[in-house]
Design a protein around this ligand. Structure first.
Ligand code: KG4
Ligand code: ZN
Length: 360
């Protein structure tokens, strides 16, 4: 480490003790892992003073998916004005902040680097601790904002466009991943199936809507690992099965009943998620289940779990949609608990694109 970086980090370690004695800790967080640029200011990990999100969906729509290079360039354009807006809305100045947090992975490497470089520059210039946050830890922490009374231990299902994991949250910053997808994330399958059904991109919400009127005839799509004695998922076979089914109908010139196919696809996804979640709740012996990630917006997934919560007597936590999808407030929340635990980063913090167990 160069000496100026060493001096900075030693100063930050000293600062940690003062911070732990403060009643109010304000963290500015940055999130640029995929196609949303976001900046937020959060007090004590729970109270959102501002949470600005600039979505790039319109930009990527014409390509039918996120184009990494386009995403990085847009983050570069957006990030600084967005930080200014987040600070303005929080009614704080840079001098009143106590830490700078940033998502360092998993995600798209070029996109992550925009956030990481910006956060490092701010932390160094303002002489504030830098807190690198795992994106999945952020999704879990969205629940701390939505439910100020929630504390670990609890089980959390993180289901989004990039991730599908069952996490046992043993304590703040203390996780055990019980299982995760071996191939596609559930949201990724939603988006691919929605595309082949002509529902646009990203099509999760449109598919959800189409499925509401779709209970007509049963189409038996695969439910991978549903009876297996593990907590892993696989959605790639299901996705391919639906795509092949639609292609065959098209080739034969037969009617494609979008609503019915959407319903049966969604049923297969929710069945697997539900069975694995209930098994995991029983294994860890908790009565608290939290959902997070973009797919937590799904009406079937929410209502099935609400029914199960009533039936089995567990408490269900589901953040509002704007906290389920990518946002920087959830990163600030995770950062607060990491800061208290002394988990701060030095200026060699780098983007880590892979979804590795070691980084959570
Ligand atoms: O958490 P998120 O914003 O980004 C990632 O971290 O991946 O999740 C986006 C994903 C997309 O795949 C989108 O189609 C899906 O969440 N999604 C839904 C619904 N709303 C968003 N999937 C199913 N039903 C929905 N209502
Ligand atoms: Zn995410």
């Amino acid at each position: 480490m160069y000496s100026h970086k060493k001096i900075y980090f030693t100063k930050m370690l000293d600062k940690l003790n003062d911070l732990r004695n403060k009643d109010e800790i304000f963290i500015l967080a940055i999130e640029t892992s995929c196609d949303e640029t976001s900046a937020a200011v959060v007090k004590n990990g729970r109270f959102v003073l501002s949470n600005k999100v600039a979505s790039q969906i319109e930009l990527h729509k014409i390509y039918g998916g996120v184009v990494p290079e386009v995403a990085s360039r847009k983050h570069v354009e957006t990030i600084n004005p967005l930080i200014d807006q987040a600070l303005l809305e929080s009614k704080l100045t840079f001098e009143q902040l106590d830490g700078i947090a940033v998502t360092y992975g998993p995600g798209l490497v070029g996109a992550l680097l925009v956030g990481v470089s910006t956060a490092k520059a701010l932390a160094y210039a303002l002489s504030l601790p830098l807190i690198g946050v795992n994106h999945i830890e952020g999704h879990i922490s969205a629940n701390y904002i939505a439910y100020p009374e929630l504390s670990p231990p609890f089980l959390c299902l993180v289901v989004s466009g990039g991730h599908t994991l069952i996490v046992w949250v043993k304590g703040y910053c203390d996780y055990q991943i019980l299982g995760q997808t071996r191939d596609d994330a559930a949201g990724e399958a939603y988006d691919k199936v929605a595309r082949v059904l002509g529902l646009g991109y990203p099509g999760g919400a449109a598919l959800d809507l189409a499925a509401k009127n779709g209970k007509k005839t049963e189409i038996r799509f695969p439910r991978a690992y549903i009876d297996d004695d593990n907590f892993d998922f696989s959605f790639s076979g299901l996705k391919t099965s639906v795509v092949n089914y639609v292609n065959q109908l098209n080739q034969k010139g037969l009617y494609v009943d979008v609503e019915n196919i959407a319903y049966n696809f969604q049923k297969a996804v929710v069945d697997v998620l539900k069975v694995k979640t209930i098994k995991a709740l029983q294994k860890v012996g908790t009565d608290k289940l939290a959902l997070s990630g973009g797919v937590a917006a799904n009406s079937a997934w929410r209502s099935e779990m609400s029914i199960e919560a009533q039936r089995l007597g567990f408490k269900l936590y589901i953040p509002p949609i704007e906290l389920c999808t990518d946002n920087a407030a959830m990163i600030a929340s995770a950062a607060y608990y990491n800061l208290l635990a002394g988990n701060i980063s030095d200026l060699s913090l780098n983007a880590i694109p892979q979804n590795t167990l070691l980084t959570l």
